[in-house]
Design a protein around this ligand. Structure first.
Ligand code: SF4
Length: 268
């Protein structure tokens, strides 16, 4: 795999188990681990989702993933490129894959052995926290394996959640699980701000989201907030960008109420 030629996520839709990308989130080379090389599998149906429809006959298993990860790290080293992180994201919600526990532990081992300075990241919509075993695995990884959990929280109200995430998972149940995790382990919040069918988030949504963030920060485990704009194409047509000023206004308002030690970043 030629790292130099890969600047977006298309490799994962071609069935790659590991796909190197230059990520604005990581600020450098990120090695994505894709647990769903055959088709998208997710508990959300976000209208802004960047995964385009695809189908392959490639199935996931841990050993080929681990071999691919080692290979891409070796290539990065040969190019004297620092690996900023190994990141579970890919074509859906990683925590619902039956391979997730073994794959996470294998990636942690490879990280420790080959690129100890790289972060180990799981990008999740949080629905895995409703499963007691997954909750415990993520708690253990976040507190014992230095896992960085980047948790999606697109809405502070049930109405906006329904528009942004279109999930069968009830908003109240999801928020309760996120609060339970926030009480005991470190996590970063990621929020997408965009318009749905031309309508930006209503004012009451912004206030509710900020209240919720303050509650989640209160136990002292919130390590950062990342506010995203819709910058990439998506197969759906319902979502569209909002002006960057909307993101900056949200961020400024949140910074004013959170402890200064919690960075609030904007990625328009
Ligand atoms: S949670 Fe992520 S993968 Fe799932 S639909 Fe939303 S953006 Fe797509």
């Amino acid at each position: 795999m030629n790292i130099g030629s890969i600047e977006n996520h298309r490799g994962r839709e071609g069935g790659a188990l590991v796909y190197p990308v230059y990520s604005r989130r990581s600020g450098g080379l990120s090695l994505g681990v894709n647990l769903f090389p055959d088709a998208k599998v997710c508990t959300f149906d976000c209208p802004y989702c960047e995964v385009f429809p695809f189908k392959t006959d490639i199935s996931f298993s841990v050993d080929p993933m681990a071999a691919a990860l080692r290979g891409v790290i070796a290539e990065a080293r040969a190019r004297r490129e620092a690996v900023r992180d190994i990141c579970f994201s890919g074509n859906g919600e990683p925590t619902i894959s039956p391979h997730f526990p073994a794959a996470l532990l294998a990636a942690a081992k490879i990280r420790d052995e080959l690129v100890p300075d790289a972060a180990l990241v799981v990008i999740t919509n949080g629905t895995g926290l409703l499963n007691a075993q997954t909750f415990e695995l993520l708690r253990h990884a976040a507190t014992g394996l230095a896992l960085k959990l980047w948790l999606k929280l697109d809405a502070g109200t049930e109405d906006w959640y329904a528009k942004m995430d279109r999930s069968a998972v009830l908003f109240d149940r999801l928020i309760a699980a996120i609060k339970a995790f926030a009480a005991i382990a470190p996590f970063t919040i990621q929020t997408m701000l965009c318009a749905i069918n031309g309508a930006p988030p209503p004012a009451e949504e912004a206030a509710a989201w900020e209240r919720l963030l303050r509650e989640l920060a209160a136990p002292g485990h919130l390590t950062g907030v990342q506010i995203y704009g819709k910058a990439r194409p998506s197969p759906g047509l319902d979502a569209s960008p909002v002006p960057a000023a909307v993101l900056e206004t949200r961020a400024a308002s949140l910074r004013a109420v959170l402890p200064e030690s919690i960075p609030v970043e904007v990625f328009p």
